[in-house]
Design a protein around this ligand. Structure first.
Ligand code: ATP
Length: 680
């Protein structure tokens, strides 16, 4: 706070107004952040740096923020680096004139590719001083790596990495002692870590957002008033709340940052609103394991139950031809339909699914009523049996091709079940009550059997009503129920939040722990007997978003068919790494180390009988579940259910959720104990 309110010293002096932001300046800030674990100090470094960017080179604010959050573009743009550890090692070796073997050896010893790059770089005599890297140059260089396609793509990616690495650290000289200084502000280290997908600074995206708001408020107040003016605490809080709210409805720095620079932060919400074309992070539900738990939660409040369809979440965006001015979203995520309307469909991850579901997009205009000109719908796409006229299992949906689907080739038909409306005819409706949104939804669309339907709902409030409706949902091949707050402010749509205003009751888990878990595969053990040519068991982990680490939670060898084991082997053998990543939190002392380790990539849904404490695993060990801090939570009798390819590894079940499930289980047995209320 003090640094924020005073006229702070620039963290990086050698950069003149209008000059591109030096990458070295960003790396200096990164290394300051790396030295602390205190969130407020991290935030202060971050906002101080962003203030300097705003004052000297505001045009570079967008790439600066993107590099800070380890992204090249918003998720819906579908920009992926598409490189693994071996490609980076190759590039580091070739840049520094070392063999791949030496680099691999260093990687084995040091365990952090970023530091391997620093070590190799520091020992190399610098013949000439390369042109210093800039933030916009690094962003562009990384973008070039991501967009390489076609023949020889891998080789060209390596060349592009080499280009960045050879320009890195022109200013560094002398040897770096990796064991002592962690590579400091080395540019090579942060380039490599970006390529690996983890900066490992403990810099959460939320912190960058808050820092950006603070920097913007300070900058505006300073530039409007006499020098020495400082923002009040109220002004800082107001700026922060505006930016957070705008971002939750419009999670795209590409749209927000230019608007903020043009209109200022205090007018941002008037100029930047939920808009078709930019997907929102969906609202999520809390698990429950008994209908009585639902009744306790919603005591004295009206709620509604809906079928929980078992398909794929889809957010559908649409703007009719005569209202196209409303579609301000990036063109990449827009498909023109035959009627001239613009539409797009996004996954739970905000990835563009338009090429997977052209059959849905082609029919949109037949589902809308004539005065429905634009909308954003939250729904579930479900495989549909045209003959029996009923929902098919999730597995059927998974057999559909994921990309470049041609309508004439579609074999598995889908029916869209709409359960929420977020935007209608030019206006965001997320703040309205669910009852009102539901009414708007039913007035704006025409259901068509087997193509488009409203989620079946029931508004009875008694235990018997819910039990009956749950049985009905199971008969209709659904997973269970979603129970939602119906009236009042609390029933508004809360983007990106796992909220207690939405509860899920899954039929299978009523007697178990309430929900399945989505876990990341970190390692595997070779099979025995019939399974010798494949992996026979795996090490799984949950994700700790506070420390940005993966915490081990169980070994699993049950629930796999022979065919799936073969498929998993083919998938996983390509992402084998030589040793565990430094951001894997696993127990090193036990004799059951996996035979191979993997990059964190795949998420699997897993069921368990219950949760228990174990010294072999680390899940939730930082959440205070074990007073000695030595034991983590582990799954008893875990069973593989399915691949969750709609989830990225950092969307796996969080350590906090695992701890919450564990405590809930404890509180059921002991009839006490707190329940954590939020995911974050
Ligand atoms: P799950 O594994 O249960 O799908 P999740 O983490 O993907 O979990 P949750 O918020 O926990 O998401 O559960 C809600 C999910 O259920 C939604 O993401 C959506 O895909 C699906 N769903 C099906 N029917 C509904 C409905 N009527 N309302 C809301 N979500 C629904």
């Amino acid at each position: 706070q003090t640094t924020l309110k005073s006229k702070a010293k620039d963290p990086y002096p050698d950069w003149k107004p209008g000059e591109p932001v030096p990458y070295a300046a960003l790396c200096t800030t990164f290394s300051l952040i790396e030295m602390t674990t205190k969130r407020l100090i991290i935030q202060a470094h971050c906002s101080l740096f962003l203030r300097q960017v705003l004052r000297l080179t505001p045009g570079d604010l967008l790439p600066t923020v993107l590099l800070m959050i380890n992204k090249l573009a918003a998720d819906y743009a579908g920009v992926e680096l598409g490189i693994g550890e071996s490609l980076i090692m190759k590039a580091v070796g070739e840049t520094t004139g070392r063999s791949l073997q030496v680099i691999k050896q260093h990687q084995k010893e040091i365990g952090d590719l970023g530091l391997v790059a620093v070590k190799s770089r520091a020992n190399q005599p610098t013949m000439f001083k390369p042109k210093p890297l800039t933030v916009r140059g690094v962003h562009k260089g990384l973008m070039d790596i991501a967009t390489v396609t076609g023949n020889g793509a891998q080789g060209r990616k390596v060349d592009a990495i080499k280009k960045l690495l050879s320009a890195a650290d022109g200013h560094m000289s002398g040897k770096v002692d990796i064991t002592k200084d962690k590579g400091g502000a080395s540019e090579a280290k942060f380039v490599v870590r970006f390529l690996e997908g983890k900066l490992r600074l403990g810099l959460a995206e939320k912190t960058v957002l808050v820092s950006l708001a603070q920097a913007m408020v300070c900058h505006e107040i300073e530039s409007k008033q006499e020098s020495g003016a400082v923002p009040s605490t109220d002004e800082l809080a107001k700026g922060e709340s505006i930016l957070k709210e705008v971002y939750s409805e419009l999670p795209s720095y590409e749209v927000i940052i230019p608007a903020m620079l043009e209109h200022g932060i205090f007018k941002l919400h008037e100029n930047c609103k939920l808009q078709p074309g930019v997907p929102l992070k969906p609202m999520l539900a809390k698990p429950t394991k008994a209908i009585t738990e639902v009744l306790d939660r919603f005591e004295n409040q009206t709620f509604t139950c809906e079928y929980k369809y078992d398909g794929e979440r889809a957010q559908i965006h649409y703007v009719a031809k005569d209202s196209r001015m409303q579609y301000k979203g990036p063109a990449a995520a827009a498909t023109k339909t035959s009627t001239g309307a613009i539409s797009a469909i996004f996954s739970r991850n905000s990835e563009d699914l338009s090429k997977k579901y052209p059959d849905i997009l082609a029919k949109l205009n037949t589902w809308v009523k004539s005065d429905t000109k634009s909308f954003v719908l939250d729904c579930e796409t479900v495989a549909w049996d045209l003959v029996e006229k009923k929902v098919l299992p999730f597995q059927q949906l998974m057999t559909r091709k994921k990309k470049d689907v041609k309508i004439e080739d579609v074999k598995v038909k889908v029916c869209v079940f709409a359960f929420d409306l977020l935007f209608l005819n030019g206006e965001a409706v997320v703040k309205k009550s669910l009852r009102d949104r539901r009414e708007l939804l039913s007035n704006a669309f025409n259901p068509i059997e087997g193509e488009f339907a409203f989620a079946t709902h029931m508004d009875g409030q008694e235990l018997d009503d819910i039990q009956h409706f749950l049985d009905e949902s199971v008969k209709a091949s659904c997973e269970g129920l979603m129970v939602k707050m119906l009236d009042g402010k609390e029933s508004g749509y809360e983007p990106s939040k796992r909220s207690r205003n939405w509860l899920k009751i899954k039929k299978d888990y009523l007697s178990g722990i309430g929900d399945s878990l989505d876990l990341v595969v970190l390692g595997a053990y070779y099979g025995r007997g019939k399974r010798t040519s494949v992996y026979g068991a795996f090490l799984l982990a949950c994700y700790n978003s506070n420390t940005d680490t993966y915490e081990t939670v169980c070994n699993i060898g049950t629930g796999f068919s022979e065919a799936i084991l073969e498929e998993l082997y083919t998938q996983l053998k390509d992402i084998v790494i030589d040793r565990p990543k430094p951001f894997y939190s696993h127990s090193t002392g036990n004799p059951h180390q996996p035979d191979v380790w993997f990059e964190p990539k795949y998420v699997w849904e897993v069921k368990t009988a219950d949760l228990t404490l174990s010294p072999r695993y680390k899940a939730g060990s930082k959440e205070g579940v074990d007073p000695s801090g030595e034991k983590g939570i582990s799954l008893r009798f875990p069973r593989f259910i399915k691949l969750r390819d709609d989830k990225k590894p950092d969307m796996a079940t969080s350590s906090r959720q695992v701890a919450e499930m564990y405590r809930k289980q404890e509180s059921v047995t002991k009839n006490k104990g707190p329940s954590v209320d939020d995911d974050f």
